[in-house]
Design a protein around this ligand. Structure first.
Ligand code: SAM
Length: 231
């Protein structure tokens, strides 16, 4: 893997696992996973048993392949998981969500893991505006973001050059980023208040503290993890 990515994905997974479980234990009735990919949290944390509905939205091809993988493994989507194919570049995904039974009037946690860097700035603005316009008070967004200086090649973060080269090699070039120091104002202007904003060194301390650094190596400096609330 690209330098710093294995420890980053390890830390991000541990972090978002905790946030997902926190949403269940705090009694959120709805979790929406945008760009769900092969996310298995609804399976792993048995969200149906605690009466939280998990909505998974993704591009058609990814969603189809995930269904094939689950079927091959003899696994059914758990009770309380509903999914649909959408293109997040279009603005109609909230109505697709409603047809699945999402109730905008009730608080929701929206997860966007490993997603925003693949979208252009207008699409990100559109997604955040849709959430802000419809989400009930108390709703949260959870996402990770790349710094703009990684995307435009001016940054010298650990792993920056490698991560951009690898993404491009896979035909999945990162399209946009947000400088960490601009994040609170970026979100405030869109109607959200930051609850937590973890930089790579915070993730390393919090989630990799028990690992032998000589085995796992330093974490990529390219990403931050954000939890914000509808203001
Ligand atoms: C890097 S994967 C992350 C998947 C998952 N959230 C995770 O962290 O493992 C990015 C996901 O975003 C989805 N995606 C990218 N652009 C999209 C779009 N315009 N509309 C819907 N989904 C999109 C992809 O299909 C893919 O599942």
């Amino acid at each position: 893997m690209v330098p710093g990515m294995y420890p980053y994905i390890t830390a991000r997974t541990a972090h978002f696992d905790g946030l997902f479980q926190e949403a269940l234990s705090e009694g959120f009735g709805q979790i929406v996973i945008l760009g769900a990919g092969y996310d298995t949290r609804a399976l792993r944390f048995e969200s149906g048993k605690v009466r939280t509905t998990v909505f998974e939205l993704d591009a058609p091809a990814t969603r189809q392949y995930k269904r094939q993988c689950l079927a091959k493994a003899g696994m059914d989507a758990p009770d309380g998981v509903r999914s649909a194919s959408v293109d997040l570049k279009e603005t109609d995904w909230p109505s697709t969500l409603e047809t699945l039974g999402h109730r905008p009037s009730e608080p929701t946690v929206f997860f966007m893991e490993g997603l925003l860097m693949y979208l252009d700035a207008d699409t990100i603005d559109g997604i955040l505006a849709s959430i802000r316009q419809s989400a009930a008070a108390g709703s949260r967004i959870v996402f990770d973001a790349t710094a703009r200086s990684v995307v435009d090649g001016t940054g010298d973060q650990y792993g920056a050059k490698g991560v951009m080269a690898r993404a491009s090699d896979h035909g999945e070039t990162f399209l946009s980023g947000i400088e960490p120091e601009e994040m609170p104002e970026f979100l405030r202007a869109k109607g959200f208040t930051v609850r937590t904003h973890l930089l790579s060194e915070d993730l390393e301390k919090r989630f990799l503290g028990d690992f032998d650094p000589s085995l796992i190596g330093p974490i990529s400096g390219c990403f931050t993890n954000v939890v914000a609330e509808v203001s």
